[in-house]
Design a protein around this ligand. Structure first.
Ligand SMILES: Nc1nc2c(ncn2[C@@H]2O[C@H](COP(=O)(O)OP(=O)(O)OP(=O)(O)O)[C@@H](O)[C@H]2O)c(=O)[nH]1
Ligand SMILES: [Mg+2]
Length: 350
């Protein structure tokens, strides 16, 4: 990465709330290069004592449901109330410079000019498994930079949504009026994760439809197991364009926060998230190490082909690959022992 700063410069700049340094620090944690990863880990460890003071909100929903437009409006409302807001947009499918990234900048045009707001679109591109991990680290950086509300926008399909729900205090699921029966399956999963269900675009000719969808969701919520025993998920309507329902949405988010705080659930939720984070780091670390290992890169294409051609069983190929990897790792960790064994045996040979 060009123009890397020193850890101290990153840390001080972030703690001083300097936007340009914060942006560069996030670029650092997003970097795939191992030298950057090491630097990023040191940086994250050094700022952790300055984190944890914000309220973290996740916003998910299918493309086009109005997440960015809603966040622009909600963000402005929060700025007016004296908050400072950071918005991290996670798009697992796009690369930097892709269409939706530019789209986000323009859709949050009011907020993007606010000195108390920070908008950061992130793209995972070719990352092996780490969108979520990088987002988590970006949340910590924004907290250290002093933002008191952090919102993560994620497209409501697939793994990124689940991961984001595991790193926020309050999870919002945006829905369209009407929706569609074919989405019920997806919806059920989302509904089980959501603390607040928001039927957006409840304006003009869609208002009546939105009221019906609201009733359906309220009825459905009775049958779902809530995410926290103390908070029963609620459904409401908004229009990101007219601003209808936004004050109520913010009131509900605050009620949710107070409920979690007053019964100790927020602390519990966050410590559980720390545990999940540790497991994610272990899984990601193992996966990266495995796939980046030269012996695996060397053997994998051949084994893959043999499995496809039916020459080798998948079970055998995977066992051999894992065995080769662990043997190499072992030899790497204990080279001394091997040299000792070798020199002993050559001694005995004589
Ligand atoms: N009528 C109406 N239109 C809306 C509302 N919210 C968003 N839109 C429009 O819907 C379109 C998509 O809005 P976005 O905010 O970009 O949606 P998104 O969910 O962020 O989309 P992706 O980031 O691509 O997943 C835009 O043309 C918005 O102007 C709303 O409440 N009412
Ligand atoms: Mg968007």
């Amino acid at each position: 990465m060009p123009n890397r700063l020193s850890i101290q410069e990153y840390k001080q700049g972030v703690l001083n709330g300097e936007r340009s340094v914060l942006a560069r620090a996030i670029t650092l944690v997003e970097s795939q290069r191992s030298v950057d990863r090491k630097l990023a880990q040191t940086l994250i460890q050094s700022i952790v004592p300055h984190t944890g003071h914000s309220f973290r909100i996740g916003v998910s929903g299918l493309p086009g449901v109005g997440k960015s437009t809603l966040l622009d409006a909600l963000g402005m409302l929060l700025i007016d109330k004296g908050h400072s807001v950071a918005i991290l947009a996670v798009d697992p499918s796009s690369n930097m410079g892709g269409g939706s990234i530019l789209g986000d900048k323009t859709r949050m045009h009011r907020l993007s000019h606010e000195p108390n707001a920070y908008i950061r679109p992130s793209a995972s591109g070719s990352s092996l498994g780490g969108v979520a991990q990088k987002t988590r680290e970006s949340i910590l950086l924004c907290e250290a930079a002093g933002f008191d509300i952090i919102i993560v926008e994620t497209v409501g399909v697939g793994q990124s949504e689940v991961e984001v729900s595991n790193m926020v205090d309050c999870f919002l699921a945006l829905m369209l009026p009407g929706g569609g029966d074919e989405l019920q399956g997806i919806k059920k999963g989302v509904l089980e994760r959501a603390d607040i269900i928001v039927i957006n675009k409840a304006d003009e000719e869609r208002l009546m439809l939105a009221r019906g969808t609201l009733r359906e969701h309220r009825a459905a919520l009775h049958y779902l197991r809530p995410r926290h025993p103390t908070w029963k998920p609620v459904a409401m309507m908004t229009s990101a364009i007219t601003g209808m329902g936004l004050e109520e949405l913010w009131r509900t988010i605050q009620e949710h926060k107070q409920t979690l705080i007053s019964c100790g659930a927020l602390k519990e939720l966050r410590s559980e998230q720390q545990r999940l984070w540790m497991w994610r780091l272990i899984e990601d670390g193992l996966r990266d190490r495995f796939f980046e290992h030269p012996i695996i890169q060397n053997l994998l294409p051949r084994y893959e082909q043999e499995v496809q051609q039916g020459i080798r069983l998948p079970t055998q190929a995977s066992s051999l690959l894992l065995a080769s990897f662990f043997q190499e790792e072992h030899d790497h960790v204990y080279p001394q022992r091997i040299t000792n064994i070798k020199s002993n045996s050559s001694h005995e040979d004589r």
